[in-house]
Design a protein. Structure first.
Length: 115
């Protein structure tokens, strides 16, 4: 069973930055495309950034140019650098592989953007 542990969230002011981490254990991490998802209160969980096993990245339009996804396969960890944060980025952030999501999901990490 894969265990996903997200960390790095917090409270920041608009324009601030956060760096999220997600450690995966129990599977061959390096062969999978990974993604960061977020879920705001009362909304569905959305995919915001993906990275393939080869390092190719893609972003949702709402975060393009502000978020950067990366991975360290030696550490079984995927990262999300979030810059120029906006109040609408407030959400619980999760990671998972992009195809056939692992279950259960991790607990997520809360990112709150507020002045």
């Amino acid at each position: 069973q894969v265990q996903l542990v997200e960390s790095g969230g917090g409270l920041v002011q608009p324009g601030g930055s956060l760096r999220l981490s997600c450690a995966a254990s129990g599977s061959i991490f390096s062969i999978y495309a990974m993604g960061w998802y977020r879920q705001a209160p009362g909304k569905q969980r959305d995919l915001v950034a993906t990275i393939t096993s080869g390092g190719n990245t893609n972003y949702a339009g709402s975060v393009k140019g502000r978020f950067t996804i990366s991975r360290d396969n030696a550490k079984n960890t995927v990262y999300l650098q979030m810059n120029n944060l906006k109040p609408e980025d407030t959400a619980v952030y999760y990671c998972n592989r992009t195809i056939d999501n692992w279950s259960p999901w991790g607990q997520g990490t809360q990112g709150t953007v507020s002045s």
